[in-house]
Design a protein around this ligand. Structure first.
Ligand code: ADP
Length: 410
């Protein structure tokens, strides 16, 4: 109502209706204003909540996120990006883009997207050079995507950074493993093939002694190949979900004798002798015979492989009530304490000039370690570079048990 409405005057019913209508309209308008204000407040609150929720989600993401505006400035970066890119105080917002993304081709791709405003997503990999980027992950996957608002206006580029160092390392290990296996398998097959070629060409066919000698070499190679394939299957089986075992009474002395006779010819080729000493008379253990054979076979073949020409291998089996003790000593190349510390890691092989020509998968000792553990035994290693190594296995046989998982190395 206005001051005009308070002036005393005669009025008609129409005048009265006009005043009433105006008052009603004013009341309606003030109610509408109040409703709009409440709605706007609620909307603002919702926006603020959404903004803080988005910020919380962004900050708790494991992947790094950078938002680059159309001028190429980093206007937003989450905590993970700060951590992955080693930003000062963990914050990368407002840092120049080229100091964050130091990989030239990725930086150039971001600039290109900013210029072309293309609607494509790009997936790139970045393996930062440790010297130029200290502390950065060994490998990052970088995803680039354009940002558009609801009206499809181009706002900039979002950069997503994922640490894929572990996956890369796993991939590298797998490739290394496959090439190692292929290499290991190719050598004996190649040898057998060349022996068979001799037969095919008719050479030595009239000399039974030569034929037998060649057949024996073929057999040796084939057996070595089967042993390798066995190791590979065993490793994958043991790492599988369920391992079935057949526990039997295994006569360690007999098994050891058989294995020594099996390895003697290959040792003799390099003039290496093998001596066996049996002590005590309790040589029987409850175990999976395949496991015990694999365990002793691996140690024995290592003692020959890593020995010097005309070297010696001393094997001693001591069975006392409650414990079986096996010691395999060689006069070979030996190892430093740092090298022995890593023994048993899958694929670990000591790399030095003396081992360059010796083939292997680096799986044998990891298998031995697993088997010793499953027998509740312990594995000890003593080694001196240039002098030789002693591998010692202690397995409880019924009496007092030792801790299966510990590996003692000196
Ligand atoms: P592989 O012999 O197939 O390489 P192993 O797991 O049996 O794998 O052995 C791992 C590494 O340990 C070998 O590559 C070798 O460098 C070292 N090693 C094992 N046994 C001996 C030994 N008796 N003397 C010296 N080094 C050894």
């Amino acid at each position: 109502m206005g001051s005009f409405d308070f002036i005393v005057k005669s009025f008609t019913p129409d005048d009265l209706m006009l005043v009433v209508n105006r008052a009603v309209e004013k009341w309606r308008l003030s109610r509408e204003t109040a409703r709009l204000r409440t709605e706007r407040d609620a909307h603002l609150l919702q926006l603020a909540t959404e903004k803080s929720r988005l910020r919380t989600i962004m900050q708790s993401m494991a992947d790094g996120l950078l938002v680059v505006n159309i001028d190429g400035q980093v206007v937003l970066g989450n905590a993970a990006a700060g951590r992955l890119l080693r930003c000062a105080d963990g914050r990368c917002e407002s840092a120049p883009l080229e100091t964050l993304i130091t990989k030239r081709n990725i930086y150039n791709e971001i600039q290109r997207l900013l210029q072309t405003r293309e609607d494509t997503q790009l997936f790139l990999e970045w393996e930062p050079d440790e010297a130029d980027n200290p502390g950065l992950p060994a490998a990052l996957r970088v995803t680039l995507a354009p940002i558009r608002d609801e009206a499809q206006r181009f706002l900039g580029v979002v950069v997503l950074l994922s640490d894929i160092s572990e996956a890369k390392e796993y991939e590298r290990m797998k490739t290394r493993f496959i090439s190692m296996v292929a290499h290991e398998i190719r050598a004996p097959i190649g040898a057998v093939e060349s022996y068979l070629n001799l037969f095919e060409s008719g050479t030595h066919l009239d000399d039974p002694a030569q034929i037998r000698a060649i057949a024996r070499r073929c057999l040796d190679r084939t057996r070595a190949l089967l042993a390798l394939v066995g190791d590979l299957l065993e490793i994958t089986r043991r790492d599988g979900p369920s391992v079935s075992k057949k526990i039997e009474k295994v006569d360690g002395a007999r098994l050891l004798g058989d294995l020594i006779e099996f390895h003697r010819p290959s040792a003799a080729e390099r003039g290496i002798s093998i001596d066996l000493e049996l002590r005590g008379d309790a040589h029987v253990i409850d175990a999976d015979p395949g496991d015990v054979e694999r365990m002793i076979g691996n140690l024995l073949s290592n003692a020959i492989k890593y020995n010097r020409d005309s070297g010696r291998v001393f094997v001693r089996l001591e069975g006392t009530p409650g414990q079986l003790r096996l010691e395999i000593r060689d006069t070979g190349i030996g190892m430093t304490p740092e090298e022995t510390k890593r023994l048993g890691e899958e694929f670990y092989r000591v790399k030095k000039p003396e081992t360059r020509a010796i083939t292997g998968t680096g799986l044998g000792l990891s298998l031995v370690k697993k088997i010793v553990g499953s027998c509740h035994g312990t594995l000890e290693v003593e080694s001196t570079p240039g002098e030789g190594s002693i591998f010692r296995i202690l397995i409880p046989t019924g009496g007092g048990q030792t801790d299966g998982q510990s590996q003692k190395q000196r």
